[in-house]
Structures are given as C-alpha cells and as structure tokens.
Ligand binder design. Sequence first.
Ligand SMILES: Cc1cc2nc3c(=O)[nH]c(=O)nc-3n(C[C@H](O)[C@H](O)[C@H](O)COP(=O)(O)O)c2cc1C
Length: 382
Amino acid sequence: MPVITHIEDLRVLAKKRVPRMFYDYADSGSWTESTYLANESDFQRIKLRQRVAVNMENRSTATKMIGIDVAMPVAIAPTGLTGMQHADGEILAARAAKRFGIPFTLSTMSICSIEDVSQGTGGHPFWFQLYVMKDRGFIERLIDRAKAANCSALVLTLDLQILGQRHKDLKNGLSAPPKLTLSTIANLMTKPRWGLGMLGTKRRGFGNIVGHVSGIENMGSLSEWTAKQFDTALNWGDVEWIKKRWGGKLILKGIQDVEDAKLAVGSGADALIVSNHGGRQLDGAESSIRALPPIADAVGRQIEVHMDGGIRSGQDVLKARALGARGTYIGRAFLYGLGAMGEAGVDKVLQIIHNELDLTMAFCGHTKIDTVDQGILLPGTY
Ligand SMILES: Cc1cc2nc3c(=O)[nH]c(=O)nc-3n(C[C@H](O)[C@H](O)[C@H](O)COP(=O)(O)O)c2cc1C
C-alpha cells in the first residue's frame, strides 16, 4: 500500500481500483477539456505572501457557511453516480463529512437515495442538490423528500439544462448499472475489490429516481435521461417557484457571470456558487478561480459567495477564500478518495486538505481562517 500524502496519490489509486467507465466519468471535462484543465492550473498562478515571526499558536479553520458551523470552509460537492465509484459511495462520503464537521451535498443523480443517506448517517442533516426536470410533480416530491430527510439547504443547479459532451462517456457507453459488453466485463474483472463491494449492496441504480417516477424501471444511459427529462426551459421564474416551495436555505449553483450573480441576489437566495460544473459543461468558459473575484466584488456584500472547480489542496481553498469565497466545494478530490479507499479515503481527503489549509494559513501569518483576506496574495498574481 503506497503512503498517501496528497490528493494526487488517491487519484492514482482510484484509477487502479475503479472500473474505467466510472473513473473516466469523474476525471474528464467537456470537449477539449480546456476549462477543466484551467480550473486547476489557474490556481497555480496565484502566489502567496510568506510572513514570519508571527505567533502561530491556537489556530482555527472553523467558520460558517450559510450560518452553519463548519470545521473548514469546504463542503462535499454534489456528484452524480457516486455510488458507482464505490459501493454505497454517497452514504460513506456523507458519514466522513459528518465526522469531520463539514456539509455533504447529495446529487439528484445519486445512486443512494435521499432516504438511504439520511438513514446511513443517523438522520444527520445534509444538503440536497436539485436538477429541474420537466415533470414538476416529481420535483415537488423530491423537494418534499429532502424536507422530510431534514436537509438543511437546497442547492439548485442552474448550469445543466442540457449536457456538455464528454467524449469518454460516449465511447465507454456510461450507464448505471454498467451494460455488460465484452470490454466492460474484461475491465470489471480487473477490479475485484470494486466488484465485491457492488455484490454486497442493492444500490446500483439512480436511487432518487427509479421507482419514484412512473414508468421508470431502468433509466438506460445518463445522457439519454438528461436529454429526455431535464427542463430546457428552466429560467429565473422557476427559481422563485422552487424557493417558495422549499422554504429553507437556498444556494444557486453554476454562476460564472457578474450579470447572473446580480440576478441571483435579486432571487433572494442565501448563497451562490461560482462554478462551471468542474469544466463539464461550457468548454472555453473561464476557470472558476478567475471568475470569482469580479463576482465577489460585485455582490459579495449582498449574498454569500461560494466557489468550486479545481480544488485539489488546502492551498487552493485558502486562495479561494482570499479572493472572496466564504465557502468552497470539492468534487473530484473526494471522488478520488472514495474510489481509492471508500470511507477511509474520504476521511483521508479531508485530513489532507485541512492540514494543508491550516499550515499554509499559518505560513501566511494568520491563525484564524476568518481573518484571511486578499492581503495574503502577491499583487499582480491574481
Ligand atoms: C463525476 C462528477 C459528477 C458531477 N455531478 C454533478 C451533479 O450531479 N450535480 C451537480 O450540481 N454538479 C455535479 N458535478 C459538478 C460538481 O458539483 C462540482 O461543481 C465540480 O466537481 C467541482 O470541480 P472539481 O471536481 O474540480 O472539484 C459533478 C462533477 C463530477 C466530477
């Protein structure tokens, strides 16, 4: 077993242990992947200012996101098919998040259902991410199920009415459960650990959907389902309707433009997430860390600004925080931990990111995450 010291080690291990179809689903962006790659590389250009001889005792990364106490300003991002990276993946990641004291966000397109995760975490509140489908009755029921499960925020994703093309998913014939072609079977045979886990669970389909929408017994491929069911007519009027129907804390996900950020303020939402869906939708969009500063400047005093995209370390979290994000989300980082080592892998991801954040904050001369601001960044590098 290799010594795991950073997120990259977990990515390498996940690639070995997760069937190719699902590893590729996580580690890819749309079309040329230019936005996917820029999300990570643009963090590297931002430089930190080292300060010395500052008392580093009594440090804390604890803060709040939408009024909720968090051990560090990091939440688990909603990701579809997480229960295909590892059996019962959503339950395992939610447990790790609970133990660490950060929010877990469950995707509409999860394998484990809202009820599974609630039960698996002893009723601990989590956040639910909503995709808007044409069938409004189904959306109403989903919202009601999230309320019944004690979800403490609704994350409404606005950047996926249609699906950006990922070449690998089409070539691999991505579906859940996987269709058993010869090449899929050959690949699954090299992943015994994954296979054993899957044999031990009954959760192998889209838990929030199958059995909850009439006529849906087997959904086929994700791209087919999206094309048929997602509401291409989604607009700000729907946001208002959903806000009313939900009645709790609302976070709008997928904002990349200052004009949209202003509309988000007008909607009365509690927070927005600067996000390009991890480079999976508009290829050619700006990286999230570059899109963040103008949005934080324009609306950061009226609405809580969060960000995701490209975060692979605590240093990245610190830079996002310095540029105005009150909170951040990790997608692939936690998926790699989960695929590599299940629940212990997600624990490891959170420990690594926390440790990097804590030490880097101290090197920059701060002992509390709440005092960190743009002053820790080298001018001209952001
Ligand atoms: C495999 C995968 C599946 C995703 N599924 C969803 C989803 O179901 N709903 C959603 O709002 N965002 C989804 N996202 C986007 C993430 O919530 C988040 O915006 C993105 O992963 C952040 O970038 P990062 O992976 O570089 O951290 C997905 C991302 C990945 C990598």
